[in-house]
Design a protein around this ligand. Sequence first.
Ligand code: FES
Ligand SMILES: [Fe+2]
Length: 392
Amino acid sequence: MTREQLVEMSRREVENLQNNRIDLADEIYKIPTALYHDPERWEAEVDRIFRRLPLALAFTSELREPGSYRALEVAGVPVLITRAEDGEARAFVNMCSHRGNFVVEEPEVGKTEVFRCNYHAWTYNLEGKLVAVFDEDNFGELDKSCFGLTELPSAERSGMIWVTLKPDSNVDIDAFLAGYDSVLDDLAFDDAYVVGQQPLDGPNWKVAYDGYRDFYHVPILHRNSFGPDGPFQPDYYSWGPHVRVMSPKGHEKLADTPESEWGYDDMTAGVWTVFPNMSIAGSTGSGYMVSQMFPGKAPGESFTIQNFLRFEPPEEQDPEELKEYMDFMGHVVGNEDYYTGFHVQKALATGAKEFSLFGRNEGGGQLFHKWVDALVDTEDADLPALLEKGVK
Ligand code: FES
Ligand SMILES: [Fe+2]
């Protein structure tokens, strides 16, 4: 826990509340609209961002027990994440060494002792080792130790399991996180339970992500769901490419309370985005909705899993209340954010406007696009240097 970092941010928000201001970016930032729909550019983004950087793909809490696993497809790569008897979380390409079938169906969360491919029954343990070959005598001589699952770089941080899709990636997770994990630890995901998950189809991944760092739209687009009084003046705090969004509005309570009494519940509120595809909304008091967003099969498609995390176990949830809340959040994001996003991308593709604009009050969105541009332009060998240096 890094209470001091949370206190510093809350202190800044209280100051801004009292001075009726927010911290502004230096200038309006213009994004060429072609970058949202050009197919070659989109391919480069998927390859150089989604396949090269660590992505938070699973929660520690859903793979707490040895034998638990999660299988999902990410940017065209079938991924299998496991927890073995030694307590380690590992990630693999979900691909049999015989002739390539998935070794477990996806998407799926479950528990098992081994993964038995359902094509010809080659069997792997939770550490990815090939442990049995069906009719081995007649298959021919084979050194099983050379035919395990292909392991992917992975690490467990802040109650999440991060996986890099390229087996030979040279990206160091700590360089990528740039200290963000020390504040994400404060969200206490380790102590939370995943009590619900639901899928949503969305527009282009950047159009979708723009919405997650954007408070400007909240009382307008979400006037009928969240109401007309939502915060729309945000402040942004960044660690490398990752950004927390919060607003002075809502800090009235802290302004009237001594700092020593500020609670985690109030200090963790807001939206915590994880580059390039995650948004965490909520607090240690209410629990969280964690959105994992992935590119789809074409520039105009994305796919989101909304994960609902709470601090009481699933059996203590009121199923009706939980369903109502999940339906509500599915509606807000699906019928308001993504519905609008589909309009945005259709209009951007006309080429009628050369640029999209990000105002001085949209610094988090500005930083997102600067990182996307820098990553697309950076060769593998120069990636560690970019992560160390950052973008301005
Ligand atoms: S493809 Fe898996 S056993 Fe043949
Ligand atoms: Fe929204």
